[in-house]
Write a protein that binds this ligand. Structure first.
Ligand code: UDP
Ligand code: MG
Length: 338
């Protein structure tokens, strides 16, 4: 086992033809079943494959299971981050450490069927640099999650310059040169779906039916992120900047209601103090809009604040490359994971 306090450089030469990168966070319930299914799929492929599990600071028995898997199988690599950094960071760590000529990102909960890897590899061997997997259907997901996901992709594409393909999650295959390009991007706000779209290259999209989670529970990251923000308010967070946005929205809405009230009252009972209704409504509305605009500025300033600190994306606690590739020289551990 090699212990790396900080991070890693991008491997210069690829040591196997494919890496399957699997971010895992408290997944002891499903891990063994996933690996079994993946193994059956990989056995049928004519490729030298590494399976790289990224333990995103699990607090259950996940890491122990991974160590046992590695003791049994030569193709399993394991990296453990120093704490839970979130799926996007875990994927970034996986992309950095993966050794293959192609990298497949897949969830461990069997929502992305490993059986599809065969057709992804065919598309890659046919010349695709990125094979996107588009969800035709999503069994076992709540209507709320599906509705918010649907709205998200539509709004995102209205606002962003690079179109993000709708209904494509993180399940995809990336060629080595795409991985190298992604490793160059140093931003801390890692919205991976946007980054995948931004790098470009030859993209192919395949459709599939998304299965329900096999076991364990969804980590519902939005809510967790929200809690983290409150926790870190004093030292880390820019959340107070957001207050202006919400207060502004609220006062703009209230002053609109107030305007309607005054309009009706004036029409029915007349205007006792000349011009007062117009004046009060104007003041409140403008005040609300100004607060909202400051809030929007705050959102961007907050992001700059995070980027300016330029902290590493993640920290690695332990990295154990697969025995099958470990004999080859590994890159220097001295540099920070950026
Ligand atoms: N995951 C992770 N870090 C986290 C949360 C999730 O590595 O902080 C992993 C998780 O183990 C799984 C994948 O990301 O392999 C997708 O997570 P989940 O199924 O909870 O998300 P959902 O499918 O509900 O969006
Ligand atoms: Mg899931």
């Amino acid at each position: 086992m090699i212990r790396y306090p900080l991070g890693f450089d991008t491997p210069t030469a690829s040591l196997c033809s494919m890496s399957v990168v699997v971010p895992v966070f408290n997944e002891e319930a499903v891990l063994a079943a996933f690996h079994q299914r993946l193994k059956e799929v990989l056995a049928k492929l004519d490729e030298k494959v590494e399976v790289l599990y990224v333990d995103d600071g699990s607090s259950d028995g996940t890491f122990l299971i991974l160590q046992n898997l590695q003791a049994l199988e030569k193709q399993v690599s394991v990296v453990r981050l120093s704490r839970n950094f979130g799926k996007e960071q875990a994927m970034s760590a996986g992309l950095r450490l993966a050794q293959g000529d192609a990298v497949i990102l897949i969830d461990v909960d069997l929502q992305d069927p490993p059986e599809l890897i065969a057709s992804m590899v065919v598309a890659w061997r046919d010349g695709a640099d990125i094979v996107n997997m588009r969800r035709r259907s999503r069994a076992g997901e709540s209507w709320f999650k599906m509705a918010t996901a649907y709205a998200f992709y539509r709004v995102m594409n209205m606002l962003s310059e690079v179109p993000v393909p709708p209904d494509v999650g993180d399940f995809r295959l990336l060629d080595r040169r795409v991985v190298a390009a992604l490793n160059l991007l140093s931003e801390r706000g890692r919205f991976m779906k946007g980054l995948f779209a931004w790098v470009g290259f030859r993209q192919v999209t395949l459709d599939y039916d998304r299965a329900p989670r096999a076991a364990g529970s969804s980590k519902w990251r939005y809510w967790r992120l929200f809690n983290f923000a409150i926790e870190g308010i004093t030292s880390f967070s820019t959340a107070p900047l957001k207050v202006a946005t919400y207060v502004g929205l609220l006062s703009a809405a209230l002053s609109f209601a107030y305007a309607v009230y005054f309009l009706v009252k004036t029409l029915l009972l007349g205007d006792s103090a000349q011009g007062f209704p117009t004046l009060i409504v104007c003041i409140l509305l403008l005040g609300g809009l100004q607060l909202m605009a400051i809030g929007v500025l705050g959102e961007y300033l907050g992001r700059l604040f995070v980027e300016a600190k330029a902290r590493p994306l993640y920290l690695i606690d332990v990295y154990t490359p697969a025995p099958a590739i470990a004999s080859t020289t590994l890159p220097s551990p001295a540099s920070v994971a950026r």
